[in-house]
Design a protein around this ligand. Sequence first.
Ligand SMILES: [Zn+2]
Length: 189
Amino acid sequence: MTEPTHRLIPITPDTHGVDIDLVYATDRNLTGKPIYRTAHCLLLEPAETALRRAVAIARGAGLALHLFDAYRPPRAQQMLWDFLPDPTYIADPKLGSNHSRGTAIDLTLIDANGAALDMGTGFDDMTTASAHFAAGLPPAVQRNRLLLLGIMQAAGFAHIPSEWWHYELPGSRALPLIDDGTAGAPTLM
Ligand SMILES: [Zn+2]
């Protein structure tokens, strides 16, 4: 038996070459209020390794990653669920979000000028238009989403049907939830 490591690794612009805007540390999220008091971006070790691959693949295409969220403490998941108890868009805290397992990431692509590619909806837009391959979106939007899908899948992440911005490591569900106690985890409001 090996000890579970639960090792969460800090993701920063300097160490990973990504843009980070943790929306749950701001009032620009679906609840309209900050949920994190600290804007710490963390991923479990294998997800951090995959993120580095995604950064390199994107860079080769003249693009960079812009992160909206990564590790999310279980209590923050509960706060989101209390606000929107809809399992299509928010994982039931009883089952746990893969964000709380440290293996999920919400992100988009930015170009060399730092401008976000048009994905058709904003992050956390909980509508059918957020779904991958949603009918009726302009071809340019579909292409941008496919670009993100290709980069993330090549790096080892899997998508979920309902949210274009969400990626996670395959098999995440089998991993334990990581609770707040982790050093460096976002503290909650
Ligand atoms: Zn997500």
